[in-house]
Design a protein around this ligand. Structure first.
Ligand code: ZN
Length: 507
């Protein structure tokens, strides 16, 4: 190599390094502003005075306008062009992959559409909550019609000739294909329907009796959050109508809800959100406020929340410990021993609500939403016909009729905030959790002994090491495949469900 080309190579490398630094500085500010917008959303669901809804919609739309302008800044294209030809280390490559993807997608969505979506969906959350409280679908129909129209426009813009729904799905699960989701649901549907029917034909485990002090529930739910490794120094736990987690890095907040007759609703929604939050809190701090500094996809996110909640939190070993904690907190609640308590925690019931569904029926709830929202986005189902379509499908899948809209098509917040394409990531998460749990059990022979003492550190440490710390470094299926030692499929989840519920129901 001649001296001059070596010098040119160094100059090129220096130019790339300067462009990289400039790009990442821009990116860090965008990420910081994104966190601010997320905190406005958290505030809206927890603290905001009701009368502030219209002003908040304007605030959110203004933030979205700023963010959209930053994400489509033409300098990003110039910086990427200067960097992408240079030899890069894997972290650089991963950062650039995320930035390129976000830049290309953001540029396809017109700024006024992005802003209008932010404005409409911000206001719609309150409108959905009011309609749900009043059991009034009709008042929400025009709101949802507007949202579906905007999401169809966004999907079409993103898809650039492809499938608009798949383009929306890609926002939550990069690289996922509708055909793969359909195949996954097809493989799961019959075994789950059969398992559900077989279990419900058996005598039902007993339920909880009495009422449970809601202040004591909040105390125990804080204890549970700590037991699963949630860091309150960089987080907080508040009440909200619909439990969620929000934020990344050093500010990751979770919410829960209480019910006097159903403390499991509080405890397991907390453990679920702690799974999400620990993923965000556990990402390598070197990635903070960069594209790698947040969970890589909603499916991978949900794998963490579901494995915390179900495979760990609803295990025989851990529920033995929880039984003792609940006896200390509430006294006698009509359950004789740990074995009976385990069956109570995991009992199948006819129910309307996805978030309260047991592990066997949960994915059936998701399939219903997946099919209906695909039809809405495709234009095959009108919003005014949604309630009837929901109720028909629910009766066909679950064998009984929806009694009121809050138990039917108004139960989930998702569509009101524009989350179309999000629901299937819940089932992907369950499938990923099944794969991870199989590998975790093989890696941790003492797992049950520790869980029986309320010690989750082995399990959560394994997840931190294999999944959480990487943030966005690997692609979604790649990080699961590496951690699980297999190409992800639904087989481990189905085997786990058959073994667990076969034993509980003596099938
Ligand atoms: Zn979740």
């Amino acid at each position: 190599m001649s001296t001059s080309s070596a010098t040119a190579g160094r100059a090129g490398a220096t130019g790339a390094a300067m462009a990289y630094d400039a790009l990442m500085a821009h990116q860090r500010q965008t990420s910081a502003l994104g966190q601010v917008a997320g905190r406005l959303g958290w505030d809206q669901e927890t603290m905001m005075p009701r009368g502030a809804a219209d002003q908040r919609a304007e605030e959110m739309a203004a933030m979205e306008a700023v963010l959209h302008a930053r994400r489509t800044d033409p300098r990003i294209g110039d910086w990427l062009a200067a960097i992408e030809a240079a030899a890069l280390d894997p972290v650089w490559q991963a950062q650039l992959r995320h930035i390129r993807r976000s830049f290309d997608r953001a540029r396809r969505v017109p700024a006024d559409l992005a802003e209008e979506l932010a404005r409409v969906t911000s206001r719609a959350q309150g409108q959905w909550a009011a309609a749900r409280a009043a059991e009034d679908v009709q008042s929400f129909v025009p709101v949802l019609e507007r949202i579906v129209a905007l999401k169809r426009a966004e999907g079409a813009a993103l898809a650039a000739g492809g499938d608009p729904y798949e383009a929306l799905l890609d926002d939550y699960e990069p690289d996922a294909k509708v055909s793969e989701i359909v195949a996954m649901f097809t493989a799961m549907r019959a075994p789950l329907v059969d398992l559900r029917a077989a279990a419900l034909a058996q005598p039902a485990p007993q339920g909880l009796q009495g009422t449970f002090d809601e202040r004591a529930q909040m105390e125990l739910t804080h204890l549970l959050a700590r037991a699963f490794g949630y860091d309150f120094n960089t987080g907080r736990l508040d009440k909200a109508v619909h439990p969620f987690s929000s934020g990344s890095g050093a500010d990751v907040r979770i919410t829960t809800r209480t019910s006097a007759v159903d403390p499991f609703n509080c405890f397991y929604s907390t453990v679920h959100e702690v799974g999400h939050a620990c993923y965000e809190q556990g990402i390598d701090p070197a990635y903070a406020l960069t594209p790698l500094g947040q969970g890589v996809s909603m499916g991978v996110h949900e794998s963490q929340s579901r494995i915390y909640e179900n495979q760990i939190g609803r295990s025989r070993a851990f529920t033995g410990w929880l039984f003792g904690q609940m006896r200390d907190a509430f006294g006698d609640f009509g359950i004789a021993d740990e074995d009976a308590f385990y069956r109570t925690v995991n009992r199948l019931q006819n129910g309307f609500i996805r978030t309260e569904a047991d592990e066997v029926q949960y994915n059936l709830h998701v399939m219903l939403r997946f099919d209906l929202e695909r039809a809405l986005i495709a234009g095959d189902l009108a919003v005014r016909d949604l309630e009837a379509a929901w109720n028909d499908r629910f009766a066909a899948d679950f064998g009984f009729a929806v009694d009121k809209p809050s138990n039917g098509c108004l139960q989930d917040v998702h569509w009101s905030v524009g989350l179309f394409g999000y629901f299937p990531t819940y089932s992907l998460g369950n499938v990923y959790a099944g794969c991870l749990y199989q590998a975790m059990r093989a890696a941790l022979p003492g797992l049950d002994g520790a869980l029986a003492q309320g010690d989750t550190s082995g399990a959560t440490g394994w997840l931190h090491e294999t999944v959480q710390r990487h943030g966005g470094l690997y692609r979604p299926r790649e990080v699961i495949a590496q951690a699980a030692g297999m190409v992800p499929t639904e087989a481990p989840l189905l085997a786990y469900l058959h073994e667990k519920f076969g034993a509980i129901y003596k099938l």
